[in-house]
Structures are given as structure tokens and as C-alpha cells.
Design a protein around this ligand. Structure first.
Ligand code: BGP
Length: 477
């Protein structure tokens, strides 16, 4: 028996995002978004960083979001499998461009609205609570071309209209909302996170923090609308979390660790505490950043803070103030991190640190004193199908087991956690690489990196394991 207990009604489940799952990228009048124009390979990374501005598809390039795993047509089959595992919640995102194909139509697109109506109905029918992200890496392309995306104030109002439209439509079906997925990704993969591309010589930081301000105001306006329109709903923020360890006890390293943590906390400090923290003002001054704000912004931010803190946790990070040590960068993770000699890493170089999950949860709760919702966690790995058609993913079970145990410990530490939706409960397209071979699921999808495969779904060994975790409310790992 473990020495922790998960609360009654804990929201066990999984999390997916529209662009990595749905496919059908032009069906139902959907408009183009960033992610539809990201191929696999090096060009993807350059684009996500905001370093290219031409998105004309080239001969021989493959665009994984176009078909993804065809969830748009197969969601009923997939939800039946989630229900079989006993899911209490499924985190999905709404593609903004299904509702407003160019982001600025007068009236919403009925076909898009209907798709999510049907999806939420199917979840509710299966006793699965929909947890809905308004923006998960998919700014409508028109808004990027016309306004330069979130660098323009124009997007605040357009996003507010979109948010109000979906709150009105789904108010009886959806009680858990989130504004921007991994809002801090705007700093690390600015094009993926917020549609920001940069010309030669641009002051990137100035553009990023101005865009961040717009997202923060848009987020607060969505919180306001949600509270007014659906009083019994909860709306949260969403941070790509993962505590930053100083490499040594040298105060220089400790200070750098604190600063790196604050790079992420900055967003949540505003969304949860309702104002710009003092350290941000200093950072802006030191970096010649000046943010244009409107008179009412401070009050909007102050009055409309989030109800809970949603976060993803994949790994901790490490940092050093010594440039020599800092050269020892680990592969993969979009956040710069030096190799931590105490930790193993995934096949993609992401450090594996279950204890860091407990630490991160404790730190977030200490800081914000609001319920936490773990809305992403998992191991991206290559899976082999045996000649008998089995997938024996013990490594995944192992990773999840250790992380869920540490989450239980965090709850024992006094941290309030309302749910856990592991990332990619069914294999989906990887956000960072566009690959299919980086799999997170309990359910295997027959599709490869080039888009070949029957799209058939196969239960992995972890399927039965997770079913049992949910059934025992986290007691039986
Ligand atoms: C987060 C994103 C997800 C997701 C996950 C795993 O950053 O919110 O969209 O995909 O990371 O990353 P990847 O797919 O690159 O392995």
C-alpha cells in the first residue's frame, strides 16, 4: 500500500491537442493555421523558432498535421477506448480556425461549432469530463500574415470574441477551461507558441514580451467572460513547468536558477496574482523593453485571475553560471538545460526526473496557493510492434508509475491537485519534431513518420496498467 491517497473525484485521464490529433485540416471550412504549414525535419525547427517567414509547401515535404491520426473522423472509436480505460477527463483543444477560419469573420463557422458539439456530447455520454484549451499552438494563419500575430493588439479583441463564442455554445457541456497552452512557449518556440516570426535585426525580446502582454490581457478577458457566462465553470492558465536546478551551491548558480524559474513564473504571476512582478520591471529596464499598455489593462489583469494552475511536466532542467559547464547542453528539450549527471534521459534527451515533479508541484502550490491541474506528463518513446501484434511498453509504465507516485507524495505534502491528464493517451503527432515515432500513448496508432499506415488502433501493455491505476484511484501502480 502506498502512503498517499488521491482525492475522491480526482480527474484521471489524458490530454491531446486539435492540431496534433484531428487531421481533416481543411474540412468543415477550417482555416489554415501555423501548424498546418510546419513540415517535419529541420525546416520545422527553424520555423518554430520564428526564423523563417516563407511557408510555401515544397515538393517532397510532409505535413503531419494535415491528416494527423484522423481523430476528426474517428473520435467515437477513440473515446470508446478512453472510456474503457475509465477516463474521468479528456483534455482537448478547440482549433480557433474551425470556429473562425481567418480569425476575424463576423459570424462563426457552424460546421466547426457542430464538430465540437458532437465531440463534447460523445465525451459526456461516456461520463468523461471535457477539459478544453482555447489555444494550443494554432493561431489562424491569416492573423499572422495580416497583423504579425500576437505582436498586434488587434488579436486581443479577436480572441475575446472567439472565447465568448465557444463559452456561449458549450456552457452546458464544458466546466473546465484553459486559456493558452504552455503560455511560456512564446519565449522558447515563439512561432509555434504565438505565431511570431522575426525579420533580420529585430529586437526579439521586445516583440516577445509585447506579444506576451497581449496574450495575458486576452487571457484575463477570457477569464472574465467565462466567469460571467458560466459561473459554475473553472478556468485556468497553463504553464510548461519543470523546476530549474542550480548546477552547484555557488550563489551565482543559485541566482541563475532563480532567474530561469522566473522566466516561466512571470506569466503565471500575472495570470494568477494579477500584476506584473517587480523582477519583470527590472528585466524590462535592463533589456530595453518597453511594453505598450492601455489604461484599463492593469485593472483587467488584477480583477480576472485564474481559478487553477494547469501545467505540463516532462522534466526538470539544470543551469550553471559557468559558461564552460553550460556548454554541456542536453539534446531535445526546447528549454536550454545542461546535462544533469544524476538523471537518465529519454531517447529524445529529455531528463527523467520523477522527484522533480514533486518539487515542481510543491513550488507552484507554495507560490500560488491555488489548485493545480497536471494536464500533461508522459514519456515519448519509440514502440515496437511484436510479430504477435503486441506493444510491450514497460518503459512507459515505469516512467508513469514513478511520476504518479511522486504526485501522490506531493498530495501528501499538502499540495492540492485536482487531476492528472497524461499526454497523448493515444499516439499523436509530436509537436516539436512532427514525428509519429515519438509516441506517448496507451493506444498505438499504425502510422509512420511519412504518413504511411492503416491508422488502426492497438492497445499497448500500458492500456491495462493505466486502467487499473484509474480503477484503484492511484493506489495500484
Ligand atoms: C508540450 C505540448 C504538447 C506536446 C508535448 C510533448 O510542449 O503542449 O503539444 O506535444 O509537449 O512534446 P513533443 O510532442 O514534442 O514530444
Amino acid at each position: 500500500m502506498s502512503n498517499y491517497t488521491f482525492p475522491k473525484g480526482f480527474l484521471w485521464g489524458g490530454a491531446i491537442a486539435a492540431n496534433q490529433t484531428e487531421g481533416a485540416y481543411l474540412e468543415g471550412n477550417k482555416g489554415l493555421t501555423i501548424v498546418d504549414l510546419l513540415p517535419t525535419g529541420k525546416k520545422r525547427m527553424d520555423a518554430m523558432l520564428g526564423n523563417i517567414s516563407s511557408f510555401t509547401p515544397q515538393e517532397g515535404e510532409f505535413y503531419p498535421a494535415h491528416e494527423a491520426i484522423d481523430f476528426y473522423h474517428r473520435y467515437k472509436e477513440d473515446i470508446a477506448l478512453f472510456a474503457e480505460m475509465g477516463f474521468k477527463a479528456l483534455r482537448v483543444s478547440i482549433a480557433w480556425s474551425r470556429i473562425f477560419p481567418t480569425g476575424e469573420e463576423e459570424a462563426p463557422n457552424e460546421a466547426g461549432l457542430q464538430f465540437y458539439d458532437d465531440l463534447f456530447d460523445e465525451l459526456v455520454r461516456n461520463n468523461i469530463e471535457p477539459v478544453v484549451t482555447l489555444a494550443h499552438f494554432d493561431v489562424p494563419m491569416n492573423l499572422i500574415e495580416k497583423y504579425g500575430s500576437w505582436r498586434s493588439r488587434k488579436l486581443v479583441g479577436l480572441f475575446e470574441t472567439y472565447a465568448k463564442t465557444v463559452f456561449a455554445r458549450y456552457q452546458d457541456k464544458v466546466k473546465y477551461w484553459m486559456t493558452f497552452n504552455e503560455i511560456n512557449m512564446l519565449l522558447h518556440l515563439p512561432f509555434l507558441g504565438a505565431g511570431l516570426a522575426f525579420g533580420e535585426g529585430a529586437n526579439k525580446k521586445q516583440i516577445q514580451y509585447q506579444a506576451a502582454h497581449h496574450q495575458l490581457v486576452a487571457s484575463a478577458l477570457a477569464v472574465k467572460a467565462c466567469h460571467e457566462m458560466i459561473p459554475d465553470a473553472k478556468i485556468g492558465c497553463m504553464l510548461a513547468a519543470g523546476t530549474v536546478y542550480p548546477y552547484t551551491c555557488n550563489p551565482e548558480d543559485i541566482f541563475q536558477g532563480m532567474e530561469k524559474d522566473r522566466e516561466s513564473y512571470f506569466f503565471i504571476d500575472v495570470q494568477s496574482r494579477g500584476e506584473y512582478p517587480g523582477y519583470a520591471k527590472r528585466f524590462f529596464k535592463d533589456n530595453d523593453i518597453s511594453i505598450e499598455m492601455e489604461d484599463e489593462d492593469a485593472a483587467i489583469l488584477k480583477e480576472h485571475t485564474v481559478d487553477y494552475i494547469g501545467f505540463s511536466y516532462y522534466s526538470s532542467r539544470a543551469t550553471s553560471a559557468d559558461p564552460e559547464v553550460n556548454k554541456n547542453v542536453t539534446g531535445g528539450n526546447v528549454f536550454a538545460s545542461i546535462r544533469n549527471p544524476y538523471l537518465a534521459a529519454s531517447e529524445w534527451g529529455w531528463p527523467i526526473d520523477p522527484k522533480g515533479f514533486r518539487i515542481t508541484a510543491n513550488q507552484l502550490y507554495d507560490r500560488y496557493q491555488k489548485p493545480l491541474f497536471v494536464v500533461e506528463n508522459g514519456l515519448g518513446a519509440v514502440d515496437e510492434v511484436t510479430p504477435e501484434g503486441e506493444i510491450n511498453d514497460d518503459y512507459r509504465i515505469d516512467y508513469l508509475k514513478q511520476h504518479i507516485a511522486e504526485m501522490g507524495e506531493a498530495i501528501e505534502d499538502g499540495v492540492e491537485i485536482i487531476g492528472y491528464t497524461s499526454w497523448g493517451p493515444i499516439d499523436i503527432v509530436s509537436a516539436s519534431s512532427g514525428e509519429m515515432k515519438k509516441r506517448y500513448g496507451y493506444i498505438y496508432v499504425d502510422r509512420d513518420n511519412e504518413g504511411n499506415g492503416s491508422l488502426t488502433r492497438i492497445k499497448k501493455k500500458s492500456f491495462g496498467w493505466y486502467k487499473n491505476v484509474i480503477k484503484s484511484n492511484g493506489q495500484d501502480l
